[in-house]
Design a protein around this ligand. Structure first.
Ligand code: A2P
Length: 396
C-alpha cells in the first residue's frame, strides 16, 4: 500500500477563480482549466505561500490519502470529496504526525490573516458553480452605460445582462464568470474572467432575471475590452455563480462597513440595493469608504449622491484632486477613529474590503492603529470577526 500523504486541495465550491494562488505559487504547482483551480501533488512543496493570499480560504483544504487525486479528477469536481476512510495499517500515529506537521505549517502561514473566510451567520445560502464553461449560460446585453466621465483615463462601464429564462440565482457579493470568445496566441481558448455582481439578488430591475456588472477597461485586457465593446442585444457566455462567503448578512441589525477602491464598489452597490429594497427601516447602518482618483472617475458617483444619509454614511476619498493632497481610504479611516472604534466594538459589525490588493495592507494598518488607540488587539479581533463571518476581503 502507498504511504499516506496529506494532499493539498482547493474547494471548488468556495473558490472564486481569482487566480491569486496560481500567481503566488513559485513552483507552478497550482494550475487551472475552465472550471477549477487545482494543486499538482507532484509539484507542491508545502511551502504554504499560497495560503495567506487566498481571499476565500478555498485554498486551505486537505485530505489524507494513500493515492493522490489526479489533476483530471480535481478538474472534474463540483465539490470536494469527503475524507475517505483510511484503511487499517495507515496507522493513527502516521495520520496524527501528518496532521501535526500540516497544522504547524498552516498556523505559520495564517499568521496575521485571521484564518479562513466564513459567511455571515445570517447570510442566505448561495448557489455556486451552476454553469461551467462546458455548459455555460447565455445572457443578452440589455443595457450599458459609461460610469466615469468621458475623457478621463478610466473607462468604467455598467453592463446589464439579461438571463431570460435561464435559472441563474445570485446573491449580493457573488461573482460570475464571463467567457470571452476566441483564442490566445497559443491557440488556447481565452480564460474565463470573474466579475462581481453589482445588483441585488432580485435583479438590476426588481423582480427581473437580470444582473449588472461593473467593468473597467484594462489596457490589453481581453475580457474587459470584449465586455466594454459589447452592444445591446449581443449574447454573452456566462459561468458561475461563484463565492460563498463574501455575502451580506440578512440580520437587519448588522452594521456593514464597506471599504473599496474603483470597481471594488460593485458588491457594495449590490449590498446597498439589497438593504434599500428590503430593509428601509433597518437598525444597523451602512458605512462606505470609497477611494477613487477624482469624482469624475468614481463609479456610481451620481447614484451614490442620491443614497439617503440615514441609509448610508459615505466617505468618498480622492487621490488625485488638483488642489488637495493624495488621500487613500486608509488615511480617511484614521480621521474617524472614534466612529470606527465604536463600530468595531459591536458584535453586529461586519467589515468588507474590496478592490486593489495594495489597499489591503494599508487598511489593515489603519485598523491596527484604531484598535491600538482603544487598547485592543486588531490581530485577535480580526481573527474573531473572520471566524464569526464578520470580516471579508476580496482584493485583486
Ligand atoms: P492612485 O491615485 O495612487 O492611483 P482606479 O481604479 O481608478 O485606479 O482607482 C483606484 C483608487 O485607489 C485610486 O484613487 C488609487 O490612487 C487608489 N489606490 C492605489 N493604491 C492604493 C493603495 N495601496 N491603498 C489605497 N488606495 C490605493
Amino acid at each position: 500500500m502507498n504511504a499516506l500523504i496529506k494532499q493539498h486541495l482547493i474547494d471548488p465550491e468556495i473558490c472564486i477563480r481569482c487566480g491569486t494562488c496560481e500567481e503566488t505559487c513559485a513552483v507552478d504547482a497550482v494550475t487551472h482549466n475552465d472550471d477549477n483551480y487545482v494543486v499538482d501533488m507532484e509539484k507542491c512543496n508545502y511551502c504554504m505561500d499560497c495560503i495567506a493570499p487566498c481571499p476565500t480560504g478555498s485554498i486551505d483544504n486537505w485530505r489524507t490519502v494513500h493515492t493522490a487525486y489526479s489533476l483530471e479528477e480535481q478538474f472534474s469536481w463540483e465539490e470536494l470529496p469527503e475524507q475517505e476512510k483510511i484503511a487499517d495499517g495507515g496507522g493513527d500515529e502516521t495520520i496524527e504526525a501528518l496532521e501535526d506537521e500540516i497544522s504547524a505549517l498552516l498556523a505559520e502561514a495564517h499568521k496575521g490573516t485571521g484564518g479562513k473566510a466564513v459567511a455571515p451567520a445570517s447570510a442566505s445560502k448561495p448557489s455556486v458553480n451552476l454553469y461551467r464553461r462546458s455548459a455555460a449560460a447565455s445572457a443578452r446585453v440589455q443595457g450599458k452605460l459609461r460610469l466615469t466621465e468621458e475623457g478621463t483615463g478610466n473607462d468604467v462601464r455598467h453592463i446589464v445582462l439579461d438571463l431570460g429564462d435561464t435559472v441563474f440565482p445570485v446573491l449580493e457579493g457573488q461573482s460570475i464568470g464571463i467567457v470571452p470568445p476566441g483564442e490566445d496566441a497559443n491557440g488556447r481558448p481565452h480564460d474565463v474572467r470573474l466579475y462581481s455582481v453589482a445588483s441585488a439578488r432580485d435583479g438590476e430591475r426588481p423582480n427581473t432575471n437580470n444582473l449588472a456588472l461593473t467593468v473597467k477597461r484594462e489596457k490589453g485586457g481581453v475580457c474587459s475590452n470584449y465586455l466594454c465593446d459589447l452592444e445591446r442585444g449581443d449574447q454573452v457566455q456566462v459561468t458561475g455563480p461563484f463565492g460563498s462567503t463574501f455575502l451580506i448578512p440578512e440580520d437587519p441589525s448588522a452594521k456593514l462597513l464597506m471599504i473599496c477602491t474603483g470597481t471594488g464598489s460593485a458588491p457594495f452597490r449590490a449590498f446597498t440595493e439589497r438593504r434599500r429594497r428590503t430593509m428601509p427601516t433597518i437598525t444597523g447602518g451602512l458605512t462606505l469608504y470609497f477611494g477613487a482618483r477624482r469624482p469624475e472617475e468614481l463609479p456610481y458617483f451620481g447614484p451614490l449622491k442620491k443614497v439617503p444619509a440615514d441609509l448610508m454614511t459615505q466617505h468618498l476619498v480622492y487621490s488625485r484632486l488638483p488642489d488637495a493632497p493624495k488621500e487613500y481610504v486608509q488615511d480617511r479611516m484614521l480621521e474617524n477613529v472614534d466612529d470606527l472604534s465604536m463600530l468595531l466594538s459591536q458584535a453586529t459589525a461586519h467589515v468588507y474590503i474590496c478592490g486593489l490588493k495594495g489597499m489591503e495592507a494599508g487598511v489593515d494598518d489603519s485598523f491596527a492603529e484604531i484598535c491600538r488607540r482603544s487598547g485592543r488587539d486588531w490581530a485577535a479581533l480580526k481573527a474573531e470577526m473572520r471566524e464569526a463571518g464578520r470580516y471579508h476581503v476580496e482584493t485583486y
